[in-house]
Design a protein. Structure first.
Length: 163
């Protein structure tokens, strides 16, 4: 199990224990105040709300744990023109790489307009090609998690070499 997944499980157990304690204290308070007629109604409503809250928190944590488990196992490879540039890359890295390549492509396109004699246009084209490969790899992994800061040296070498 990954560390974030263990933290989620620990959190879920802690919330469950806390809610159980609260349910027990509701029962004790209700026993002390049984003399009032409204107490039983208020106790039942509070218990129902607490049960509903517990169910919602448990569902939320189950979704988060499932996503974390999927992210831990999902992998994809980035292939450009039949050459494997990156192999078995986690989706978080692919998302970040896609964003960085989009920015690079846009910047290189702007530089090509400013300095027509330089070869910035090929860099922009190469960045777009690589970005499309990353998008394909993301679709292969079928994940869209939060980004992680990571740039592969192979990708930088590919962009510098020109093929």
């Amino acid at each position: 199990m990954s560390q974030p997944l263990e933290a989620l499980v620990y959190f879920q157990k802690s919330v469950y224990k806390l809610a159980k304690k609260q349910l027990k204290s509701l029962g004790k308070d209700a026993k002390k105040a049984r003399k009032k007629e409204d107490c039983e109604l208020a106790d039942a409503e509070a218990r129902a709300q607490l049960d509903e809250t517990l169910d919602l928190v448990a569902r939320q944590l189950d979704v988060a744990a499932s996503r974390e488990a999927a992210e831990a196992t999902a992998r994809a490879s980035v292939v450009v023109d039949g050459e494997v540039l990156l192999e078995d890359v986690p989706p978080r890295v692919l998302v970040t790489l896609r964003k960085q390549l989009g920015r690079l492509s846009k910047t290189a396109g702007e530089l090509a307009k400013l300095h027509a004699d330089s070869d910035y246009e090929s860099l922009a084209t190469r960045a777009q090609t690589l970005e499309q490969a990353v998008v394909g790899a993301l679709q292969e992994a079928n994940q869209t998690p939060a980004p992680e800061r990571h740039v592969s040296q192979k990708v930088l070498a590919y962009l510098k070499e020109g093929g």
